[in-house]
Design a binder for this molecule. Sequence first.
Ligand code: HEM
Ligand SMILES: [Cu+2]
Length: 504
Amino acid sequence: MSANAGRADRAGVRDGETAARAVELAYIAVVAIVLLLMMLFGLTMRAAQAQYLDVQPRLFYVLLTMHGAGMVGIAGVAGAVVMWHFVRRHVPVNTTVFLANLVLFLIGAVLILGSGFIGGFAGAWTFLYPLPAHSNGIWSANAAAAYMLGLLVIGVGFLLLHLDVLHGIWRTYGSLANGLGLKQAIGLKPEKTGPPPAVPAATMASIVNVLGIVIGAVVLILSLVNLYVPSFTMSALVAKNLIYFFGHVFINATIYMAVIAVYEILPLYAHHPWKTNRIFYLAWVASTVMVLIVYPHHLLMDFAMPPWALVVGQIISYLSGLPVLLVTAFGALTVVHRSGLRWDTPSGLCFLGVLGWAAGVIPAIADGTIVVNSVMHNTQWVPGHFHTYLLLGTVAMFLGYMTWTAKEVPHETIGTEPAAFWLYVGGGIIFVVAFLAAGSASVPRRYAVHLAPWLTYDRIGSLGALLVVLGVGIMVVQFLVRVPALARLPMTAVAQPLPEAAAE
Ligand code: HEM
Ligand SMILES: [Cu+2]
């Protein structure tokens, strides 16, 4: 190769790195802003339940729908940027596809916000069939269609991204099973030949999300047809199964992507790599299957479901999240133990993410039990459990990644950083405990107007939510002001050697 070609090659790599860097920063900025906006919607709802604010029920249900869809979507985008950043160190991925996902997300978000705030759509983020078509005159078919089209557009973006990641894994490791570490999991190959931890996580999350999105697209398209051709109907129970398969898989995939931040960032602080072993690979293989078959735990109250499906839902609920959670918690403790690790905001957030995830699984297991579910399911116990693992798990991991990225720009610590961390953690705990306590006192979920005896929970919950918003607000502003400097920075963190030799 001539010297010129070599130089051109290096320039090409540098341009590629600059583009990847720019798209990543755009992702993080979008997540930061949307997250904060959706948190403000959440705070508004909680303050309305507490009777601090006067919010008309119609607006409350629009906010509930927008908050649900917006948070689930943005958690997906947050997971996607974490996954892409780290998996890119091991497999080739396409920056244009990555960018396309962000652009499609923004288009979908505009459609969804328009459906709610202009069209009044308030059928909840789960668009449960046939509710979108039965608004009692509150929203039009067009508003419901804009909402569902918005979800479809976002789904297409994620589908492209996951297929591109799977393609890269396939090219580098020879098959998706190798990406998961299947041979290492079942003892056919020595542990140390297995892929680095980001790869099984990305493989698992991408496989399940492709399946979830395809099923979601099917039921969205059928529901869209039903909106305009009411004589075209489907079984409501089948539709609910399809919707919850999609919803369950998508929201679970967010944490399986975000956890890569823990695998990659904590070891940098501990100067000690994340050790993968046979159990680690086995956990990822098992979770790939279980996360797909556990969704009937969302239908435990549907008496028309075949009982065996509900029994599977209950039993697998006990097992589904556990393998990966246990290997992650154990791995995190091993990395941290006696490492002399320096605690700061990014390392603290990554560690907190594991704890929040673990804590959120406990009330979920209770709710996944059929006899408990029939009492608890429509109470605030449910938002209590999922806000624990999403707000203090997935979002904590993302914020860990965001603040770690911001650290590349040297800056004076002005004391706000630890304050932001503690506002977020303290407020988050108060906020989720208020939901769980209200749930155990049988306060229903999804009610715009609360009775007097429930107000104490709502007021404590609102206070917690306000602290969270302040903490996250500080972190977000500190990140956004550094974006210009980060964009100019030489590629340190991202300029890792690209694809390593195939592991096979
Ligand atoms: C400051 C942070 C947050 C606040 C104040 C907040 C507040 C709320 C409130 C008040 C509800 C309705 C509860 C009820 O049913 O009575 C809710 C529901 C929900 N939230 Fe949050 N939330 C926050 C963060 C998050 C995060 C980070 C996520 C996900 C990543 C999330 C996802 C959801 C979902 C999926 C629902 C269910 C919507 C429905 O029932 O249709 N929230 N939130
Ligand atoms: Cu689920």
